[in-house]
Design a protein around this ligand. Structure first.
Ligand SMILES: Cc1cc2nc3c(=O)[nH]c(=O)nc-3n(C[C@H](O)[C@H](O)[C@H](O)COP(=O)(O)OP(=O)(O)OC[C@H]3O[C@@H](n4cnc5c(N)ncnc54)[C@H](O)[C@@H]3O)c2cc1C
Length: 299
C-alpha cells in the first residue's frame, strides 16, 4: 500500500486525478477499522491531515461552511447556536476519542445509512461542496446518498466542505441505540423547523438503504401548520396532527431486520422519535423563542 501525503488542497486534487482508486483518510475512524479487519486493502491511501483548511469553518451571514475534516468535538463546542441539529447529532457519535478525530466529511464519505450526521444534514438542507481537477460543484444533500454506503462522488472528486444553513428555528435529533454511548444507531431522526419559510424538514437514519427525508410527512405538517395558522398563533399542535405526522414518518422508512433491530421496531421507533422531536421543537418555537425566531435568526 502506497501512502500519499499531499501538503495542499491542489496537491490532493492532482493526486486523486492521477490515482482515482486512492482512498482518502481524514480522522481514520472508519478507514482504519476497514483496513485493520482486512475489509479493504487500497493500493493508495491518501492522508488529508496536512491540509489545514479542511479542519476550519466559517460562519457567514446565512450559512456555515464546514471544512470536511472539522471534528465532531469542534461542532459541539463552537457551532451549537448555528447548527443545533448537527451539534446534537455530534454528541451522540461514539466516544470523546472518536469525536476528536471523526468528522462530517468522513461520515459522508462512508455514507452509511446509520451515520449520525445525515439526519441532521437532511433536516437542515445542507449542500456538499466537492471538487476535482475538473472543477467544483455543490451537491444538494438529498442527491448525495445514492445507495447503501454509496454516494454521488466521482472517482476523482474529494469533499472540500459542507454548507449548512444557520438555524432559523428549533432543531432536534434523536437516536435509538442499545446504550447511551459508543453505539451505532438502530435508527435516528432529525427535525428542523424553518419559520422563515414556514416549513419543516426531516431526516431519517438507519431505517432505509440510504438516509432519507419523510417528504409526505413534511408536506402534511406544512399544510396543517399553515391551515391552522400555527406559525402565527403558536398554539399547541393537536395530538391527531402529531400522530398523522408520526405515522407518515414511519411510512417513509424502508428498513431491514438486522443484528441491531427488526424492521418493524425501526418503523415504530421512527414514529415515536418523530412525535417527540415535533413536540420538543414546537414547544421551543411557541415558547419564549417564537418572537425571536420570527424576527429572523435563532434565539
Ligand atoms: C468505535 C467507533 C464508534 C463509532 N460510532 C459512530 C457513531 O456513533 N455514529 C456515527 O455516525 N459513526 C460512528 N463511527 C464511524 C465514524 O467515526 C464516523 O463515520 C466518522 O464520521 C468518520 O469520520 P473520519 O474523519 O474518521 O473518516 P475516515 O475514516 O477518515 O473516512 C471515512 C470515509 O470517508 C472518506 N473521506 C474522508 N474524508 C474525505 C474527503 N475529504 N473527501 C472524500 N472522501 C473522504 C474516506 O475515504 C472513507 O471512505 C464509529 C467508529 C468507530 C471506530
Amino acid at each position: 500500500m502506497d501512502f500519499l501525503r499531499p501538503a495542499s488542497w491542489e496537491e490532493a486534487l492532482a493526486a486523486k486525478a492521477e490515482h482515482p482508486t486512492a482512498v482518502p483518510i481524514a480522522g481514520g475512524t472508519d478507514v482504519m477499522v476497514e483496513i485493520n479487519f482486512d475489509h479493504r486493502r487500497p493500493e493508495y491511501l491518501m492522508d488529508l491531515n496536512r491540509i489545514g483548511e479542511l479542519s476550519e469553518w466559517e460562519v457567514g451571514e446565512e450559512s456555515v461552511r464546514l471544512g470536511a475534516s472539522v471534528p465532531y468535538t469542534k461542532i459541539m463546542e463552537h457551532l451549537r447556536a448555528e447548527l443545533p441539529g448537527l451539534a446534537l447529532a455530534s454528541h451522540t457519535v461514539a466516544s470523546p476519542q472518536i469525536r476528536n478525530r471523526g468528522g462530517v466529511g468522513g461520515n459522508l464519505g462512508t455514507a452509511s445509512p446509520a451515520g449520525d450526521a445525515h439526519p441532521a444534514l437532511l433536516a437542515a438542507g445542507a449542500e456538499v461542496e466537492v471538487e476535482s481537477v475538473r472543477g467544483s460543484r455543490r451537491i444538494p444533500i438529498d442527491a448525495f446518498y445514492t445507495g447503501v454506503k454509496r454516494n454521488a462522488l466521482a472517482a476523482d472528486e474529494l469533499i472540500r466542505a459542507v454548507h449548512v444553513k444557520k438555524a432559523d428555528g428549533p432543531q432536534q435529533f434523536s437516536k435509538v441505540g442499545t446504550r447511551n454511548a459508543m453505539v451505532i444507531a438502530v435508527c435516528a431522526f432529525g427535525l428542523a423547523l424553518h419559520p422563515e419559510t414556514r416549513t419543516v424538514r426531516t431526516g431519517i437514519g438507519s431505517a432505509a438503504p440510504t438516509p432519507v427525508r419523510a417528504k409526505a410527512a413534511e408536506e402534511f405538517l406544512n399544510a396543517a401548520l399553515e391551515e391552522g395558522g400555527f406559525w402565527d398563533n403558536g398554539k399547541i399542535i393537536t395530538p391527531s396532527v402529531a400522530k398523522q405526522f408520526a405515522d407518515l414518518c414511519s411510512a417513509a422508512c424502508n428498513p431491514i431486520d438486522d443484528v441491531r433491530g427488526t424492521a418493524s421496531y425501526r418503523r415504530h421507533a421512527v414514529g415515536v422519535m418523530a412525535r417527540r422531536t415535533l413536540t420538543w421543537t414546537w414547544e421551543s418555537y411557541r415558547g419564549a423563542g417564537r418572537t425571536a425566531y420570527r424576527k429572523g435568526g435563532a434565539a
